[in-house]
Design a protein around this ligand. Structure first.
Ligand code: CTP
Length: 426
């Protein structure tokens, strides 16, 4: 069969299940690949697990066979007549290596092929995703840096490891990203085929905001909103996959950290303004997918506000928060920065106009370049995994994006952004 990256699209068109080779390296994080495998199989992927011999010291063949429903081998000599490494590599729509140890990354970078997994990596003609996991020193060693650069230079996708507690008492970059995160990257790559490996945002710095701010009334109560952060996280993840240097300013989001993005956690709109303004100074693009609150309590109580029998409820006095997007546009107008600005508008129609009437007015009021408009009548979008939108441009363009995953919408937004960025990065 066609082993080109487009084969996943062909497989989908033919109604067959996308074929994934899950390579498992010999690291303690091998157990997390079980959860990744479960996500693939439960969502209809045909998965062949290829562990290294070292991986089997952490998780045995019986576990992989039971979870994948297929026999597992590590060695090229297990089925010589079947030439398994060639067969697996040629037929795969995607190879995901998780965890990718320093040794496995080194072997892949140098084209070694001394076991079934490394042999399969050499025969694969589909996109390959490496999810590294190792101690910080190994990840930061110049040899590993060079090997990762080699793999990326060959259009393999090497996701950044997560930051956190490692096997021992040490903490730092080197943790395997959450299975949900690796799965999201893999599904995105499968869906995009060859385009997934074109790093068209390489050399660009982008800032994405996500989530909903909280404006505290007292130490336990706040004014908040229903933003889940999923669209912002999809934007950050896809920008990383397309090669950008990403700062993600997140307010109160309960999602796994997107691998490879620099995460800045904030709580309130004022904190979000500081973080976005600082990161936006030298950015090529700022995408405000967050829902910062428009108002905050004038004087939050330092103690829990008590209910007093027979007394009137307290009156809430509010102050207007700065409009972060509009401020960025003003700073740009004053020549203090130059990022391309993207806003989001969750609108409902009313008796003064429909959704797009309100959105067009907002686009010009905010002074941004693109406005991604969601119709939220009836509570659509919030917390959902898919989304539809209209992307309005200050240049008068209007692009309808049909209902699809938030990841798919994120890619369309980045397509619009890249089309408007100057040819050379800042
Ligand atoms: N936004 C912002 N700062 C705020 C409020 C909103 O930067 N204080 C950004 C949002 O991140 C979004 C865009 O502005 O990208 C539009 O948000 P929205 O809440 O629709 O704008 P508002 O000006 O608050 O309009 P409305 O009165 O319709 O709520």
């Amino acid at each position: 069969m066609d082993a080109s990256p487009e084969s996943s699209t062909a497989a989908a068109a033919a109604g067959s299940r996308p074929r994934v080779v899950l390579g498992v390296g010999g690291g303690i994080a091998a157990y997390k690949a079980c959860e990744l495998l479960r996500r693939f199989t439960e969502s209809g992927h045909d998965v062949t697990v290829v562990p290294t011999a070292a991986a089997l010291k952490f998780v045995g063949a019986a576990t992989w066979e039971a979870l994948s429903g297929k026999p597992v081998s590590t060695d090229m000599f297990d089925d010589v007549a079947g030439v398994r490494h060639v067969h697996l590599g040629r037929q795969a729509d995607l190879v995901v290596v998780a965890p990718a140890t320093a040794d496995l990354i080194a072997k892949a970078a140098h084209g070694r092929a001394d076991d079934l997994l490394t042999g399969t990596l050499l025969t694969a003609r589909c996109p390959v995703v490496f999810a590294p996991a190792m101690h910080t020193e190994m990840w930061e060693h110049p040899a590993t840096r060079a090997n990762v650069a080699t793999l990326r230079g060959r259009d393999s996708i090497v996701v950044e490891p997560a930051y956190g507690r490692l096997t021992g008492v040490d903490t730092g970059p080197g943790r395997l990203p959450e299975a949900a995160e690796i799965f999201a990257v893999a599904v995105d790559v499968l869906g995009r085929g060859a385009a997934a490996t074109a790093p068209d945002l390489a050399g660009r710095r982008v800032v994405v905001s996500a989530g909903g701010t909280r404006e505290y009334l007292d130490p336990v109560r706040f004014l908040g909103n229903r933003s889940s952060g999923k669209q912002g996280y999809a934007l950050a993840r896809t920008a990383v996959a397309r090669g950008a240097d990403v700062t993600l300013v997140a307010a109160n989001v309960e999602l796994p950290d997107p691998a490879g993005a620099m995460l800045v956690n904030v709580t309130s709109a004022m904190q979000m303004r500081d973080a976005v303004t600082a990161a936006g100074q030298d950015a090529d693009a700022v995408v405000m997918a967050a829902a910062p609150a428009d108002f905050r309590p004038t004087s939050p109580a330092g103690h829990k506000i008590k209910k007093r029998v027979g007394q009137q409820p307290p009156r809430l006095e509010l102050l207007e928060n700065p409009d972060i997007l509009a401020e960025l546009a003003i700073a740009r107008g004053a020549g203090r920065s130059t990022p391309l600005l993207v806003g989001f508008a969750a609108e409902t129609g009313d008796d003064t106009g429909d959704v797009l009437d309100h959105a067009r007015a907002k686009l010009s009021r905010k002074g941004c370049d693109l406005l991604v408009v969601n119709d939220v009548g009836g509570g659509a979008v919030f917390g959902a995994d898919d989304n539809s939108a209209v992307i309005l441009g200050a240049d008068g363009s209007e692009q309808v994006v049909d209902r699809g995953s938030k990841t798919a919408l994120a890619h369309v937004i980045w397509d619009s952004v890249t089309a408007r960025l100057p040819a050379t990065p800042r």
